[in-house]
Structure formats: C-alpha cells, structure tokens
Design a protein around this ligand. Structure first.
Ligand code: NAD
Ligand code: UGA
Length: 460
C-alpha cells in the first residue's frame, strides 16, 4: 500500500496541469514532478521563456523549479513508468457528436490517457482525477485500467482531486486554496492510504483543516456542483439586471445590499454581459445531462435554465447596442475593448465577446478590437474567416477607438479604467456611445464628458 511518494507525473500540460504541478514542485522540493503532453508546441513553450498561458505570478514559480524538480516533456511513457502518482489533467470538453452531443462530457482524452497508463505501468500507481469529470467516472476508469494492464499484480488506486482554481488568480488560489478536496475509497485500507498519501503532499503548504476527504462520488459531484452554483449566482444577478433597467433600480446597489446578508455573501455578484470560460457552461450541461440520464428531467431543466439566462444576457446586450444606436449599426465602427473571458488571462474559451461580436456583425457593424493579451490569430480561430472580414484587431487601444461610433466593454481589464476618456470622446463620432458590459467605468464622469452611456442593470 502506497503511503507516500516522491515521484509525480501529470498528463495534460494545460491551464490546470501546468500551474498546479508547478505549485506542487515549488512547495515540495523532495518530489520530482514531470508534466507531459502530446502537444509538442505546448511542451516547448513550457520549456521556454514564453509560457503557453498567461497567468500572473506563474513565470516566477516555473522559473524557480524548472530543471530542478519540475520537468515538461512529451515522453509520456517514461514519465508514467517512473511515477508513483499520476495526475490526469486532460481536457474534458462537451461531446460534439453522438449520444448526448452538446451536453455530455467527452471522455475520449481521459480514456486514452487511462489506456496509456495501463499499457505502460509496471508498478503500483495512485491515479488522481484532476480533470472535471462526470460523477462515477472513477468506476469507468478503473475498469479500463484493470482490464488493459498486461503486467500481473499492478495495483491502481484511484482518487478524485478536483481543481477549484480560477484563471487570472491561479497562483493565489493554489497558494492558499479555500479547500483541497480528496475523494477516495475511504471504506477500505488501500483507499484510505492513497488518500493519506495525497493529503501529505498538500499538507506541505495547505493548513490541515482545509484539506477535506470524501468518498469518490461526493468529490466528483462536488466539483460539478460548485461550478453550477457559481454560474447560477451570475445568471441570477444578470436576470435581476434586466429588471433593474426597466424599473430604475441599480444592480450594483442591489448586489451590495444583498451581499451584506452573511448567508448570501458579497462575492460573485457582478452583473455582466454573461459568464464565459471553458468550464461553467460545459460543466452545467454535463451535470444536467447526468440528471437527464437518471430520469431527473425537472432537475436537469433547472440547471439548463442557468445557461439559457446566460445566452439571453448576451443577446440582450447586442439588442441594446443596436436599438440605442437608432436601430442600425450597419457600417458603423464599433470599438470592442476586451475579448478574453475575464481579466488577467489571454484565454478566450466561451468568451461572451464571441457571441456579441457575431451578433453585431449580423447587423452590419465593423468591429475594431483591442485586447491587451489576446493575439489576432486567436480571434481569427474563435470568430472564423467570414466574420474576420468585419473585424480589425489593433495593438493599441487609441487606434481601435479613433473614429468609432461606440465602445463596448467586453472584459474588465483594469487598464480600461485608466484611459483618458475625455481625449477618446474627442476622436469619436458623435453621439459617442459607451456600452459597459462589465460595469467597470465611471459612468457619471463619462456622461459629464458627453458620452451616451448604457451600463448593465443601471437606470437608463
Ligand atoms: P487544456 O485544454 O488547457 O489542457 C489539457 C491538455 O491535455 C492539452 O494540452 C492536451 O494536449 C492534453 N492531452 C489531452 N489528451 C492527452 C493525452 N492522452 N496524453 C497527454 N496529453 C493529453 O485544459 P485545462 O483548461 O487545463 O482543463 C483540464 C481539465 O481541468 C478539464 O477537465 C477542466 O474542466 C478542468 N478544470 C479547468 C480549469 C480552468 O481554469 N481551465 C479549472 C478547474 C478545472
Ligand atoms: C471558474 C471557477 O471560479 C473556478 O472555481 C473553477 O475551478 C473553474 O471555473 C473551472 O472549473 O474551470 P474561471 O472560469 O477561471 O473559474 O473564472 P471565474 O472567475 O469563475 O469567471 C467565470 C466567468 O464568470 C467569467 O466570464 C467572469 O467574467 C464571469 N463573472 C464572474 C461574472 O460575470 N460575474 C461575477 O460576479 C463573477
């Protein structure tokens, strides 16, 4: 029975695998950590000065350990053979075709990682589910591992250790997590020992009372539930933002007032153009699909409505832009500030800016885009060649704003607040409109300058 380990491998060098493993390497100098990926370009970037993801503080952590006890490689076989503990942090996107398409989690990458582990393992391994997976995935993975391992007597102990970090704050979240959750077969000795071994790793820097253990299924389901509840909060406040605009209430004041109730709490109550990111939508759809599969249609519908409200918020934003600008934005230059799904990341997966841009292009707009972290090639991949005929990407905000009829704020980058809005007003067409999809600008100041300002959930 494995009681502790000093050699770790992680399959998947993405937004989760990279930062989480770098943190383990930093806090546990006695553990050798190897992160592997099939994607050579990604591994090369992890081994360079230009890391494949932008995350405040990540460069320093990687630099402190890389080449000492942190390694990035494409040699999955060697890393799997050498490791006592294997984290699996591959992508688990929504299925695009077949049964459950558009809802269920696609476990192709997970299954192929498991098959590789089975094929190449010659000693006992602790397998840690780091990816977000449907509840009871560990059961399926165990079958794949046990029935494919050619080596007699090799034991696999499966743990669920979902990741709760948020992009943009990954290093802070990993340094001081609200909790670390470890699920295992705590009803037997092997499972308990495997759980204890992983707890020991985190105990190198996380206070013991924040390291929680649970049974496997509870840990798996807790991750889906946490994301669903967080997204539900945003959809709830976004729903109220629509009502605020009709009634003269101000959604920021409503958020502040309800957040003072300790049962509700102040965080995650910012109305927005919609939530984005690679996980909220996919995890809710996955959760709802599992409910459907268990015959719980009402429960599924409840969670689907959270995604429905998010789609409504994005559509509502586009409608607002068009109707405010005299029902036509044809051939008007609309400056779009921000494309990432949130500030302090270059990640654009499921960003609301994609849907808003498509909506405005449908109405004939010419979009002038500036984002401090998102390169033009990424925008091209997200929007497609046809839409790019109506989009110009700029490397300076002033160029995007010059001669624009309107500004739409899509991401809450801090730098947007520091711009000289009086100078911007001078170079824009009049009337000059601001549509603040993140409620970050000083609206009274903008109105005073002469802008016509539309903010979410604010009196019009
Ligand atoms: P990602 O797409 O950035 O990274 C996944 C990596 O796995 C890719 O680089 C891919 O090439 C690699 N991969 C896939 N199959 C492989 C295989 N068989 N062998 C080796 N490499 C393989 O994904 P991510 O954002 O890091 O998310 C990973 C998981 O973590 C997902 O399940 C996600 O839901 C979950 N999660 C993500 C976040 C987040 O902030 N992005 C937070 C918490 C949890
Ligand atoms: C989210 C969760 O916060 C993490 O705990 C989780 O680990 C992760 O998903 C995951 O499983 O992938 P992330 O998507 O990186 O993290 O970022 P968030 O800060 O949660 O923001 C998600 C979206 O909601 C962003 O578009 C953000 O702008 C939006 N948001 C957030 C709002 O519109 N209003 C808010 O009050 C907060």
């Amino acid at each position: 029975i494995t009681s502790s380990f000093n050699s770790v491998c992680c399959i998947g060098a993405g937004y989760v695998g990279g930062p989480t493993m770098a943190m383990i390497a930093l806090k546990c100098p006695h553990i050798e950590v190897t992160v592997v990926d099939l994607n050579q370009q990604r591994i090369d970037a992890w081994n360079s000065d230009n890391l494949p993801i932008y995350e405040p503080g990540l460069d320093e952590v990687v630099k402190a350990c890389r080449g000492k006890n942190l390694f990035f490689s494409t040699d999955c076989e060697a890393a799997i053979r050498a490791a006592q503990c294997i984290f699996v942090s591959v992508n688990t996107p929504t299925k695009k075709t077949g049964l459950g398409k558009g809802k269920a989690a696609d476990l192709t990458y997970w299954e192929s990682a498991a098959r590789n582990i089975a094929a190449w393992s010659t000693s006992d391994k602790i397998i840690v589910e780091k990816s977000t997976v449907p509840v009871r995935t560990a059961e399926a993975i165990e079958k794949v591992l046990l029935r494919n391992c050619p080596q007699e007597g090799v034991h696999f102990d499966i743990l669920s250790n979902p990741e709760f970090l948020a992009e943009g704050t990954a290093i802070d979240d990993l340094t001081m997590p609200d909790r670390v959750l470890i699920g295992g077969k705590i009803e037997n000795d092997r499972g308990t020992a495997a759980c204890a071994a992983l707890c020991e790793v985190y105990a190198n820097w996380v206070p013991k009372e924040r390291i929680l253990t649970a049974n496997l299924w509870s840990a798996e389901l807790s991750k889906l539930t946490a994301n669903a509840m967080l997204a539900q909060r945003i959809s709830s406040i976004n729903a109220i933002s629509a009502l605020c605009e009709c009634t003269g209430a101000d959604v920021s004041q409503v958020s502040f007032a309800i957040g003072k109730d300790s049962r509700i709490g102040p965080k995650f109550l910012n109305a927005s153009v919609g939530f984005g990111g690679s996980c909220f939508q996919k995890d809710i759809l996955n959760l709802a699909y599992i409910c459907e599969c268990h015959g719980l249609q009402e429960v599924a519908d409840y969670w689907y409505s959270v995604v429905g409200m998010n789609d409504y918020q994005k559509t509502r934003f586009v409608r607002r832009v068009v109707s405010a600008m005299f029902n036509t934005i044809r051939n008007k230059k609309i400056a779009m500030l921000g494309f990432a799904f949130k500030k302090d990341t270059g990640d654009t997966r499921e960003t609301p800016a994609i849907d808003v841009a498509h909506g405005m292009i449908e109405d004939g707009a010419k979009i002038a885009l500036f984002d401090p972290q998102v390169p033009e090639e990424q925008v091209r991949m997200d929007m497609g060649e046809e839409a790019m005929k109506s989009i110009t990407c700029y490397s300076k905000p002033t160029e995007a704003l010059k001669d624009a009829h309107a500004v739409t704020i899509m991401t809450e980058w801090d730098e947007f607040k520091t711009y000289d809005w009086r100078a911007i007003y001078e170079v824009m067409h009049k009337p000059a409109f601001v549509f603040d999809g993140r409620n970050i600008l000083d609206h009274a100041h903008l109105s005073e300058i002469g802008f016509i300002v539309y903010a979410l959930g604010k009196p019009i």
